[in-house]
Design a binder for this molecule. Structure first.
Ligand code: PLP
Length: 974
C-alpha cells in the first residue's frame, strides 16, 4: 500500500463488520438470485411494485446512523451507568430475588428457550409445555385451587382479568359494582379502574375487615389482598363468605412467597387467586416482564383468560401436552371473548417454575422463613426504636404508622443505600426479600432503632410471631417428583437440556410463522437485559436512580414515533393485545372529550386477528364486521354501507396493514379518508410493520393510532409465548389520551398528576422496561437504511418463496401488481378431496423434516401463511421450500394411488424414534418416514411424541403434572 488510508477508508473498514449484514441474512448474491427469480431488477423496484404509489415514504428521519454490536453495547453500558442500583426494599409487588445461575444462563440467556414460539404446534413444544405445566402445578399448590393458567401479563392486569371473568360468571345480574379492598396495591386498583371505566362499572372501596359492607354494596366481585399492600396478613374467610352470600366471586391478589407459609386462599374459599411470580427468580427489571399467575375453581375453568397447558395423549396413547380449551380464546370467541390475552409471559413463567424445581418445597420454605424472620427482627428493632408498627401479623413487610420521624428514617435509609416506601399519608414500609444479607440486616436493624447484637440470638419470644397460627399451612405441598429431584446442579442442568432438546426454536431451524415475524433475536441485543443496572431496578425507585432508563425510553419512543410517522409513543402496553386496548381507549377518550360519547361502533374486517374484536369489546365498543372481497381486501362497498348505517355512532375502524392476507391494499388511503369523513378514527394493527419500515408508515397511510409488536418487528424474542411489548403510536390529537401512569411512588409524593383521562393499562409505568434495550439495540445498529433494507429483503424473501412454491401450491392472495408483501398464504384445501390430506397433516409432516409449521388455518381455514423474515439465509429458505415441495410430491403419490389414502407418511406424521425402533407395519419405509430428504439426515430433529389428541385432553382436563408422573412411574415398573 502506497498510502496511509484516509479517515473515510478507515471508517469503511469498521463498517465491514456492521450489524446490518449479520441481521439481514441473504448476501448480495443471494438477494440477486431471489430478485432474478421474482423477475425484478432491484430491491427498490420490488418495493415499487409491492407498496402502492402515494404512500411511499423516504428513509425514516431522525434515527442515528447504524453502528456495530460493540458500539451499541458501549452505548447501552453508558446508559446502564446512569442507573443507580440501590437496594430496593419498596415492595408493592416487586421484590429483589436471586435468579439461580443455572437457570439464568441455561434458560434466560439461552436461545433454545427464548427464541421459541407459542406452543401451538404441541409435538415440537413438549419441553416448554412441561416447564409450563410445572408452573401451573406450582400455582395450584400455592393457591389451593385446582386450575391455573400458563401466565398473564402482570399482577394488575391479571386482577382486572379476574374481575372481568367474575362479571361473566356472577349469576346475580343485578350486582353491578366491584368492591376493592383498600389495602390492595395502588397500581392494581388503578388498572382495574381503567378496565371498568368503559364498561360503566363502579368501584366500591372496601375497608379491611368489614364484611358487612359487602352485604350492603352487593358487588359481583370482591377483590382482596393477601398480604395487604402495607403487609398485613389477615384471615379473609369472613369477607369471602360475605361475597358468596351475595352471589359475588371472591378474588384474592396474593404474594406467592407468602403462600409458601400461609393457608392457601383456595382453602379459605377464594374463587380466583392472582399474583405475580416475579420474586421466583425473575429480576424486577424496572417493572417487567414478569409472569402473573391466575388460578380458579373447576366451575370457572372455561371462563379463565389466557392459555392453559393440559395433559392429553398422543396417537400412540402416551401422555403428551398441548394448549387446552382453545375454544375459550379470543381468536375463536372474538368480540364475545372476556379477555384479549394472546402473547403472555411464557419465558418468565418457565423461569418461575424452574425456580421452584430448583429449590423444592424445603428450599422455598427456607427462603420464606428467612424473609419472615428478617421482617420480624426489623419489627422488633422498630418497636425498640419507639416506632409504632402498624400490623402485628405480617409476612415480609413491616409498616410504621404515619409519623413525622418516618421521613427522617426514609432519608437515613436512602443514605445507607436502601429504598424504602414512604406512603403519601406518611406511613413507611420496608419489604424484606431473599437477597438481603446479614450485614444489610445489621444496618437496617440499626436504622430502625434496634441493636442487632442483642436481638439476634435472643429469645424467639422477643420477636413477635407475626403469622397467626390459624393462618399457617401444613408442610405437605409440592410433593410431585419434579420438585423433589433436580436439586444438584448437574441434575438441574440436564433436566433443562432435556426439555430444551424436545423443542424447535430458532437455534434449530427457521420458524416461518405468518404474522408472527420470527426474525433474528441477535445475541448483542439480548446482552443488556441481565446487567444489574437494568435488571435490579424497582419500578417505583426514585427518578434520580433511573436516569439511564428514562433516557433510553425517551430515545426509543422518539425513534418509534419517527418510524410510525406519529407524534408520540407509549411503551406501557405489555403485548400487542394491550396496545390495541390502549389505542381504542385513546380513541374513546377523544370522542368523549369532543362531546361525542355516542360514538361506540368499531368496524373490523372479517379477516382481523381475534384480539381486535376482543379488545374493542373491552374498550366498551360495539363490533361491526366489514366483509372482505375474494382477493382478501376490505370490501369498500360494504365498508361504505356500514359507515352509512351507523352514522354518528362510528367510533373507529381497526385495520391491519399490510392486510392479514399479506397484501398491501391499494385502497388504504381512501379507506382512511372515508372513516375520517364520517367522524371516525383509524386504528392500524401494526403486527405487519416488518413490511413497512422505511417504505411507508401508519402516519403516511392516514391512520390515527397503531400498536407495534416489539416482539415481532423489533427483535424481542417470543420466549415461547411472551414476553412482548405492544407500544402505541398516536397522532397529535390523541397524545393527551395515551395511558396514564399508575399512581404509585415510593418517596412519599403521591403521583397524583392525572397524566391522562385514561388510566394505566399496566402495573408499571413503562410496562416491561427490562426488555426495551433489545429493541433499542436493534434500531441503533440498523439505522434508517438498515431498517428499510430489512423490510425490502423480508418482502423479497416472501416473494421468492411464493415463486418457488407457486407451481406446487396455489398462492392465495397477491397485490395489484402480482406481489405479496412480507408473507404469503398457500392454499391446502384442495388436498382434502384429492388425497384425504388436511392442512394439519402437512404441518405435522414438516416436523419430520425438522421444521416448525407456518401459521395454520389463519386468517383462512385450510391454508398455511408463511413469513420468512429478512434474517433467514437463502439456503434456509431453499431447505424449507424443498421440504414443502417434497411434501407436495408425497401428496401426489396419494393422489396417484401409489400411496395409501390413510396409512401414509402425512397422516401418520410426525414419526418418533420409538416408533421406528418398534414393529413396523406401514407400507412405506422407516427411512421415508424419518429421513425424507438428505439434509434431514445430517441434523435430525426427533419429535418426542406423536400427534397430540386435542379433544381427548379437553374432555379430561388436567393442568398439573400428576398424570406425567404417574405414567413415568408405571414405565419404570414395566
Ligand atoms: C400478534 C398479533 C396480534 C396480537 O399481539 P400479541 O402481542 O400477541 O398480543 C394482533 N394482531 C395481529 C395481526 C397479530 O399478528
Amino acid at each position: 500500500m502506497s498510502q496511509i488510508p484516509t479517515r473515510d477508508e478507515l471508517a469503511a473498514l469498521d463498517a465491514a463488520d456492521a450489524f446490518i449484514g449479520r441481521h439481514i441474512a441473504p448476501d448480495a448474491a443471494g438477494i440477486a438470485d431471489m430478485l432474478d427469480a421474482i423477475g425484478v431488477a432491484s430491491l427498490d423496484a420490488l418495493a415499487a411494485r409491492t407498496v402502492p404509489d402515494g404512500i411511499r415514504i423516504g428513509e425514516i428521519a431522525g434515527l442515528p446512523a447504524p453502528c456495530d454490536e460493540h458500539a451499541a453495547l458501549d452505548e447501552l453500558r453508558a446508559l446502564a451507568r446512569q442507573n443507580t442500583v440501590a437496594r430496593s426494599l419498596i415492595g408493592a409487588g416487586y421484590h429483589g430475588t436471586r435468579t439461580p445461575p443455572v437457570i439464568g444462563r441455561n434458560v434466560l440467556e439461552n436461545p433454545g428457550w427464548y427464541t421459541a414460539y407459542t406452543p401451538y404446534q404441541a409435538e415440537i413444544a413438549q419441553g416448554r409445555l412441561e416447564a409450563l405445566l410445572n408452573f401451573q402445578t406450582l400455582v395450584c399448590e400455592l393457591t389451593g385451587l385446582p386450575v391455573a393458567n400458563a401466565s398473564l401479563l402482570d399482577e394488575a392486569t391479571a386482577a382486572a382479568e379476574a374481575v372481568a371473568m367474575a362479571r361473566a360468571a356472577c349469576k346475580v345480574k343485578t350486582n353491578t359494582a366491584v368492591a376493592i379492598a383498600t389495602d390492595i396495591h395502588p397500581q392494581t386498583r388503578a388498572v382495574i379502574a381503567t378496565r371498568m371505566a368503559p364498561l360503566g362499572i363502579p368501584l366500591a372501596d372496601l375497608a379491611s375487615g368489614q364484611p358487612e359492607a359487602i352485604a350492603e354494596t352487593k358487588p359481583f366481585a370482591v377483590v382482596l389482598s393477601y398480604p395487604g399492600t402495607t403487609g398485613e396478613v389477615r384471615d379473609l374467610r369472613a369477607e369471602i363468605d360475605a361475597a358468596h352470600a351475595v352471589g359475588a366471586l371472591a378474588i384474592v391478589c396474593a404474594d406467592p412467597l407468602a403462600l409458601v407459609l400461609l393457608t392457601p386462599p383456595g382453602e379459605m374459599g377464594a374463587d380466583v387467586v392472582v399474583g405475580s411470580s416475579q420474586r421466583f427468580g425473575v429480576p424486577m427489571g424496572f417493572g417487567g416482564p414478569h409472569a402473573a399467575f391466575f388460578a380458579t375453581t373447576e366451575a370457572n375453568r372455561r371462563l379463565m383468560p389466557g392459555r392453559i397447558v393440559g395433559v392429553s395423549i398422543d396417537a400412540a396413547g402416551a401422555p403428551a401436552m398441548r394448549l387446552a380449551l382453545q375454544t375459550r380464546e379470543q381468536h375463536i370467541r372474538r368480540e364475545k371473548a372476556t379477555s384479549n390475552i394472546c402473547t403472555a409471559q411464557v419465558l418468565l413463567a418457565v423461569i418461575a417454575g424452574f425456580y421452584a424445581v430448583w429449590h423444592g418445597p424445603e428450599g422455598l420454605r427456607r427462603i420464606a422463613r428467612r424473609v419472615n424472620l428478617h421482617a420480624r427482627l426489623i419489627a422488633a428493632a422498630a418497636r425498640a426504636g419507639g416506632h409504632a408498627v402498624m400490623h402485628d401479623a405480617f409476612f415480609d413487610t413491616v409498616t410504621l404508622a404515619p409519623a413525622p420521624a418516618n421521613t427522617a428514617l426514609y432519608r437515613a435509609a436512602a443514605e445507607a443505600g436502601f429504598n424504602l416506601r414512604l406512603h403519601p399519608e406518611g406511613a413507611l414500609s420496608i419489604s424484606l426479600d431473599e437477597t438481603v444479607t446479614l450485614a444489610e440486616l445489621d444496618t437496617l436493624i440499626g436504622l430502625f432503632g434496634g441493636d442487632a447484637a442483642t436481638l439476634m440470638g435472643g429469645a424467639l419470644s422477643e420477636i413477635a410471631t407475626s403469622l397467626p397460627l390459624a393462618l399457617l399451612r401444613g408442610e405437605d405441598y409440592l410433593e410431585q417428583a419434579v420438585f423433589n429431584t433436580h436439586h444438584s446442579e448437574h441434575a438441574m442442568l440436564r433436566y433443562l437440556k432435556r426439555l430444551e432438546d424436545r423443542d424447535i426454536a430458532l437455534n434449530r431451524s427457521m420458524i416461518p410463522l405468518g404474522s408472527c415475524t420470527m426474525k433474528l433475536n441477535a445475541t448483542a441485543e439480548m446482552m443488556a437485559i441481565t446487567w444489574p443496572e437494568f435488571a435490579d431496578i424497582h419500578p417505583f425507585a426514585p427518578a434520580a436512580q433511573t436516569q439511564g432508563y428514562l433516557t433510553l425510553i425517551e430515545r426509543l419512543s422518539g425513534w418509534l414515533a419517527a418510524a410510525t410517522g406519529f407524534a408520540a409513543v407509549s411503551l406501557q402496553p405489555n403485548a400487542g393485545s394491550q396496545g390495541e386496548y390502549a389505542g381504542l381507549l385513546a380513541i374513546r377518550a377523544f370522542h368523549h372529550a369532543n362531546g361525542q360519547a355516542n360514538r361506540d361502533i368499531c368496524l373490523i374486517p372479517s379477516s382481523a386477528h381475534g384480539t381486535n374484536p376482543a379488545s374493542a369489546a373491552m374498550a366498551g365498543m360495539r363490533v361491526v364486521v366489514v366483509a372482505c372481497t375474494k382477493d382478501g381486501d376490505v370490501d369498500v362497498a360494504d365498508l361504505e354501507a356500514k359507515i352509512a348505517q351507523h352514522g354518528d355512532s362510528l367510533a373507529a375502524l381497526m385495520i391491519t396493514y399490510p392486510s392479514t392476507h399479506g397484501v398491501f391494499e391499494e385502497q388504504i388511503r381512501r379507506i382512511c379518508e372515508l372513516v375520517h369523513a364520517h367522524g371516525g378514527q383509524v386504528y392500524m394493527d401494526g403486527a405487519n410493520m416488518n413490511a413497512q419500515l422505511g417504505l411507508t408508515s401508519p402516519g403516511a397511510i392516514g391512520a390515527d393510532v397503531c400498536h407495534l409488536n416489539l416482539h415481532k418487528t423489533f427483535c424481542i424474542p417470543h420466549g415461547g409465548g411472551g414476553p412482548g411489548i405492544g407500544p402505541i403510536g398516536v397522532a397529535a390529537h390523541l397524545v393527551p389520551y395515551l395511558p396514564g401512569r399508575p399512581v404509585v411512588v415510593s418517596d412519599g409524593h403521591a403521583d397524583a398528576t392525572p397524566t391522562s383521562p385514561v388510566g394505566p393499562v399496566s402495573a408499571a409505568p413503562y410496562g416491561s422496561a427490562l426488555i426495551l434495550p433489545i429493541s433499542y439495540a436493534y434500531i441503533r445498529m440498523m439505522g434508517a437504511a438498515g431498517l428499510k433494507r430489512a423490510s425490502e429483503v423480508a418482502i423479497a424473501s416472501a416473494n421468492y418463496i411464493a415463486g418457488r412454491l407457486g407451481p406446487h401450491y396455489p398462492v392465495l392472495y397477491r397485490g395489484a401488481r402480482g406481489m405479496v408483501a412480507h408473507e404469503c398464504i398457500i392454499d391446502c384445501r384442495g388436498f382434502e378431496a384429492s388425497a384425504n390430506i388436511r392442512v394439519e397433516d402437512i404441518a405435522k409432516r414438516l416436523q419430520d423434516y425438522g421444521f416448525h409449521a407456518p401459521t395454520m388455518s389463519w386468517p383462512v381455514a385450510g391454508t398455511l401463511m408463511i413469513e420468512p423474515t429478512e434474517s433467514e439465509p437463502k439456503d434456509e429458505l431453499d431447505r424449507f421450500c424443498d421440504a414443502m415441495i417434497a411434501i407436495r410430491a408425497e401428496i401426489a403419490e396419494i393422489e396417484a394411488g401409489a400411496a395409501d389414502r390413510t396409512d401414509n407418511v402425512l397422516r401418520n406424521s410426525p414419526h418418533t424414534a420409538a416408533e421406528i425402533a418398534g414393529d413396523w407395519t406401514h407400507p412405506y419405509s422407516r427411512a421415508q418416514a424419518v429421513f425424507p430428504l438428505p439434509f434431514v439426515r445430517a441434523a435430525k430433529y426427533w419429535p418426542p411424541v406423536k400427534r397430540v389428541d386435542n379433544a381427548y385432553g379437553d374432555r379430561n382436563l388436567v393442568c398439573t403434572c400428576a398424570p406425567l408422573e404417574a405414567y413415568a412411574e408405571q414405565e419404570a415398573l414395566a
